[in-house]
Design a protein around this ligand. Structure first.
Ligand SMILES: NC(=O)c1ccc[n+]([C@@H]2O[C@H](COP(=O)([O-])OP(=O)(O)OC[C@H]3O[C@@H](n4cnc5c(N)ncnc54)[C@H](O)[C@@H]3O)[C@@H](O)[C@H]2O)c1
Length: 356
């Protein structure tokens, strides 16, 4: 159910966009707002790019194509308003060039998830800590408007049953991945009032939905794919909670921050997702099973991933009027259709994560 945006908020966002146009877009000699997406060739970066281009932004993507994932952006190459820059955000000169002439920066790049950071701890420290901290420290004085850092609800770790984690809930990162996210959040938030841009942290739920760089290591898509091929699937700790959100809703959530009045998002933190998509793994498998009833499910307890968090999304709903458009069921349905149509058949041969 879409949230009604009150008139006074709408007026403020209009004023904000006029201000941005005068103070930034025309001052930089641009015709449109031009957003740098660091990590824009990734799972979330691709639908985000579609959304921003459709909404009239120009987009520059800086990405190392770490997984050979150049195929994910083939459709954008040559598109008016789109630029791709291959390169490493750890390289200060590359970042300087990438920042040239942009109005806003969205930071998505990194080694994403617990398994990959556990396997590659040195690369994780180099990318998720050192490179990102250096990137943040290089953003002041570039006449930028918004800087949005994408963090994760994994930061809440393990919370007691029947509690909901809002943005003030204690952070208990349980992995290298979440530790880096917590450190980076604090690096950005301490820049408040000391830099010339407006920083915002979005703590994302776990993503689902179709993208040009598909990831099947994320629960909804992993379970759906395995159940589709009628594999026996193992579900660890079926009663643990996790919030989910469609990648196209994430694209909208980020754009909501870009377009919000500055005082609504200034060095603030928002959980990004919606209450409708908080599920236990057991509930999730049950829902996927309504579409794929033949799969065999084996429930296992005592897995080593202790994460268990149910998240409160009322802040983004009440102050930025954002609620997701997509339910998990809709995401599952669109993925099953794509699998039936023969897409992602080559997934196991593709280098979609670093080799394990
Ligand atoms: N996918 C999720 O469920 C989820 C949940 C919560 C938060 N997030 C956050 O969202 C962001 C995007 O996640 P994703 O699922 O799209 O991940 P992804 O792995 O698909 O995309 C990451 C992109 O970053 C690029 N990259 C990595 N290191 C780089 C470097 N040094 N320089 C330039 N580019 C580099 C990769 O090539 C890749 O294209 C991440 O910050 C992640 O932590 C994702």
């Amino acid at each position: 159910m879409p949230t009604e945006v009150p008139d006074d908020y709408r007026q403020k966002t209009l004023k904000e966009s006029e201000h941005i146009f005068d103070a930034l877009i025309s001052a930089k000699g641009l015709k449109k707002r031009k957003v740098l997406i660091v990590g824009g060739a990734g799972y979330i970066g691709v639908p985000l790019t579609f959304y921003l281009l459709k909404r009239g932004y120009d987009v520059r993507c800086l990405d190392l194509l770490l997984y050979g994932n150049g195929h994910s952006i083939h459709g954008f190459l040559g598109e008016p308003g789109y630029e791709f820059m291959g390169g490493d955000m750890a390289d200060a000169n590359t970042v300087q060039t990438a920042l040239n002439g942009v109005t806003d920066v969205l930071i998505l790049a990194g080694l994403v998830g617990d398994p990959i950071t556990r396997l590659y701890p040195e690369q994780s420290a180099a990318i998720n800590d050192r490179a990102l901290i250096q990137l943040l420290r290089n953003l002041d004085g570039k006449n930028l408007n918004r800087v949005v850092f994408i963090s994760t609800c994994s930061n809440y770790g393990e919370i007691p049953e029947n509690r909901l984690a809002d943005e003030n809930y204690e952070l208990k990162p349980l992995s290298l991945y979440a530790n880096s996210k917590v450190a980076l959040e604090s690096e950005l938030l301490k820049m408040k009032n000391n830099v010339d841009f407006c920083g915002t942290v979005l703590r994302f739920a776990t993503a689902f939905g179709l993208s040009g760089r598909m990831r099947f290591d994320l629960t909804v898509s992993e379970f759906t794919r395995e159940m589709f091929f009628k594999k026996e699937i193992e579900v660890y700790d079926a009663d643990t909670w996790r919030p989910y959100c469609h990648v196209r809703d994430f694209a909208r959530a980020i754009t909501t921050v870009l377009e919000a009045p500055q005082d609504s998002v200034y060095f603030d933190v928002f959980n990004a997702g919606g209450d409708i998509n908080n599920f236990t793994k057991g509930m999730l498998v049950e829902r996927i099973g309504t579409f794929l009833p033949d799969a065999e499910i084996k429930y296992v307890s005592g897995g080593f991933d202790r994460r268990n968090y149910k998240v409160d999304f009322s802040k983004i709903k009440n102050s930025l009027y954002f609620t997701p458009n997509y339910s998990v069921e809709e995401g599952v349905r669109e993925l099953i259709t794509a699998l039936r149509d023969g897409f992602f058949a080559d997934y196991e041969d593709r280098l979609n994560r670093l080799s394990q």
